[in-house]
Design a protein around this ligand. Structure first.
Ligand code: CA
Length: 409
């Protein structure tokens, strides 16, 4: 079986020795659990069934190992309450190993000696710690893991559901990735099959169901002394890569949105700027008024022709022509028109000046036309002195003559 992210398989077997199967399991993807009942005389299977149901009922909706641990603790109380109400037997109990897989995370919660293994890259790692007497001996360095598996006190469990209302569950969260294979099992597997053999079967089984079947077969082949339950979950998709891809897509989307927001804001501001700006320039040799900003962005002109005038650029002084080339920025439409008007004035001034220069070149004045033939006057003025000459001569002659005659009067 599988969903978008996970594939799983499960098998439980009474084994070759016991009369009934006290194991139970929860299969409610993404929640999976194995419970191993104890108490004998059918009470163990009552306890494990209550636990499997209570874990599913109390499991969190989201990945949360604390809440998953709390679900096991709720299952513990459910067993105690049931026993008090006469369901099953007083002292009945069970183990519980539960996992929840969401995204690239696996929450684990656990009580007792059922186990959770993780196979990654061909290596099997046990991720839970047995709550058992022999595990304490192993922890203390007194026996090895292999010795624990066959130790006479191996069935003594130091923590289990069904007795202590204050019981707490171990809980933690692990990262998982595509290709990971997770194995939950009751001790009917690991008490019969050493870890390296579990690893071999896990590596060589193509599907989770093949793996569950192969491991139960291995336990039975080794004697099947106990009930055996194996639940195998494969992380069939690259949830980590998909999660990263999702994050990257989300980031990319945010960047695009931010860029768009800035672009729209800029375009808005730009539009306001363009629509409120004017400059005077040239168009087909004529002075013209433009709305916008001189220049272009990505080949798009940032201005439009607002008014075409009859003022010719080539009639303007060269300095003005040059400034028109780059655009004469003005504060608004009115100033643009005033500027054009000043050009008209400049052109008129140029024309007046040109006419003045032309007149200066010919030496003419407004009244000189009538006097032009006045050169004959020159002889007139040249003879003018004749009169004084005569006058001078005359008096000089006069005294010479009458003075002696008239001197007697
Ligand atoms: Ca067992």
């Amino acid at each position: 079986m599988e969903d978008a992210q996970l594939a799983w398989g499960v098998r439980t077997d009474v084994g070759l020795v016991r009369g009934h199967n006290e194991d139970a399991y929860t299969l409610a993807p993404p929640l999976f659990a194995v419970c191993d009942g104890m108490g004998g005389h059918e009470a163990g299977e009552v306890a494990s069934a209550i636990a499997a149901e209570a874990i599913e009922k109390n499991a969190p909706d989201e990945l949360d190992d604390v809440a998953l641990g709390a679900a096991i603790e709720a299952a513990n109380l459910a067993i105690i309450n049931s026993a008090e109400q006469g369901v099953g037997k007083a002292g009945m109990g069970c183990t519980a190993t539960a996992v929840m897989l969401v995204g690239e995370k696996m929450a684990v919660a656990h009580v007792g000696d059922s186990r959770c293994y993780l196979l990654r890259g061909g290596t099997l790692v046990r991720v839970t710690h047995d709550h058992s007497y022999v595990e304490e001996l192993v922890d203390a360095g007194e026996i090895t893991a292999d010795e624990a598996r066959v130790h006479p006190a191996r069935s003594i469990i130091t923590r289990a559901l069904g007795s202590d209302p204050e019981l707490y569950a171990d809980h933690f969260t692990l990262d998982v990735e595509k290709g990971d294979r997770i194995i939950l099992c009751s001790d009917g597997l690991n008490s019969m099959v050493p870890d390296d053999q579990i690893e071999d079967v896990a590596i060589t089984s193509p599907t989770p169901q093949d793996c569950a079947n192969g491991l139960v077969d291995a336990a039975l082949a080794s004697g099947g002394h106990d009930n055996v339950t194996v639940l195998v979950i494969d992380v069939s998709r690259d949830v980590v890569a998909e999660s990263h891809a999702r994050q990257l897509r989300k980031r990319a989307r945010n960047v695009v949105l931010a860029v768009l927001a800035v672009a729209l804001l800029t375009m808005g501001l730009w539009g306001v700027l363009v629509n409120s700006s004017y400059f005077v320039g040239s168009e087909d040799g004529h002075v013209a008024i433009f709305k916008g900003l001189k220049g272009n962005i990505l080949g798009f002109d940032m201005y439009e022709l607002s008014e075409f005038t009859d003022v010719m650029v080539n009639e303007l002084p060269s300095a003005t022509r040059n400034s028109l080339e780059t655009g004469v920025v003005v504060s608004g439409e009115q100033e643009a028109r005033d500027t054009v008007a000043s050009y008209r004035t400049q052109i008129q001034a140029e024309r007046d000046k040109a006419a003045e220069d032309a007149r200066a070149a010919t030496g003419a004045t407004p009244d000189s036309g009538a006097v032009a033939p006045a050169s004959p006057e020159i002889p007139v003025s040249a003879v003018a002195p004749e009169t004084p000459v005569e006058a001078a001569l005359t008096p000089a002659a006069q005294p010479a003559t009458p003075a002696p005659e008239g001197g007697a009067q």
